[in-house]
Design a protein around this ligand. Structure first.
Ligand SMILES: [Cu+2]
Length: 343
């Protein structure tokens, strides 16, 4: 065997053995899933699954299969005091609920488009943004045929499909119905946490989920509407953590000094890069996209692009108020900031 050939053979062998454990590549991946089905019968099943609303993080559910149902509604959503707009929502919220699963679990998912709900229509008379409308859902955490699973459904319809979690991470889900930009800035965004099969390595004292999103709003009468022109120009009206501008300034997230904190962070954009920073500390570990195989240490900020996530671990060294910001500071100035109050 020629030396070069021996060397390249060794290289191939090394790279084969090198990618064990933390990215769960030892786990048998499941590609694809049975065909999605769409039903037109009324579906009264309630929202279900390992779901929670940020900053709360849901608990994992046991079992190989996890049933999840999230519906779509149209509602007036308050972004900050005196600012509300006709929003399109997963799970009645912006961002939608956080879903938490682990590698190897199969998610039996269903979603009803409830935008033709009569009660909803009564609430929304006069607001054209709240008319019934087709929607869809796209899970970045899944590996399936998007033409099938992420297809658009119509008001009153329910889509059912499954997907299996292959990679750990902090992933985005969103509506993928054209115009996708409009559906995302109208609120159809959310987070999926996929834990490694054996859980994230290391112990932490507290966990929080934070989604960063941009608002592009134009006044219309007493309310606002999502504005695609502003979004195309990338001039956000506000940037928020968990949907409400500066909510964690008014009500800081309470922790204890010296505790180890694990943050599941997702930037749903749709346009701007976030440079997540906590004033007064250093980010001990950053797992890019939430995969422990992508570890950075001792970071002053975590750079997270649109449709990217991170697991961020840090300690607040002593009692005090620690402001967290998108250090891309124009974003902080229009709302992307909050406080951890360490007692
Ligand atoms: Cu939509």
């Amino acid at each position: 065997m020629k030396p070069l050939l021996i060397f390249s053979t060794l290289l191939i062998l090394c790279s084969c053995n090198n990618n064990k454990s933390s990215d769960d590549s030892s786990y048998k991946k499941v590609y694809g899933a049975p065909k999605a089905t769409v039903t037109t019968q009324p579906d009264n099943d309630k929202q279900t699954g390992p779901l929670a609303y940020g900053p709360n993080v849901p608990k994992l559910q046991d079992g190989d299969t996890v049933e999840v149902k999230i519906d779509v509604t149209h509602k007036q959503f308050t972004v900050k005091r005196d600012v509300s707009f006709g929003a399109w929502l997963f799970g009645d919220s912006l961002p939608g609920p956080v879903l938490r699963v682990k590698v190897g679990q199969t998610i039996k998912f269903s979603m009803t488009d409830r935008t033709n709900d009569t009660a909803m229509m009564k609430m929304s008379v006069g607001d054209h943004m709240l008319k019934p409308m087709p929607h869809s859902i796209d899970f970045h955490s899944a590996m399936v045929n998007p033409e099938d699973k992420y297809r658009t459904i119509y008001p009153g319809e329910t889509i059912h499909f499954t997907w299996t979690a292959n990679y750990p991470g902090v992933f985005m889900y969103h509506c993928g119905t054209p115009m996708v930009l409009l559906h995302m800035i109208s609120g159809m965004v959310g987070m999926v946490i996929v834990e490694p099969a054996d859980g994230y390595p290391g112990k932490v004292d507290k966990e929080f989920a934070i989604v960063q999103n941009e608002y592009y709003l134009t006044p219309q009468g007493a309310t606002y509407i999502a504005d695609t022109i502003l979004a195309l120009k990338r001039i956000p009206t506000y940037v928020a953590f968990n949907g409400k501008v500066a909510q964690y300034i008014t009500r800081p997230i309470r922790v204890k000094a010296g505790e180890r904190i694990r943050l599941y962070f997702l930037n749903v954009g749709p346009n701007l890069i976030s440079s997540f920073h906590v004033i007064g500390t250093i980010l001990d570990k950053v797992w890019l996209d939430g995969n422990p195989a992508n570890e950075l240490r001792g970071m002053q900020a975590a750079l997270v692009g649109p449709a990217q996530g991170a697991v961020i671990e840090f300690v607040l060294p002593e009692k005090g108020e620690y402001t967290f910001v998108d250090h891309s500071f124009a974003n902080a100035t229009v709302g992307a900031l909050g406080v951890f109050a360490a007692e």
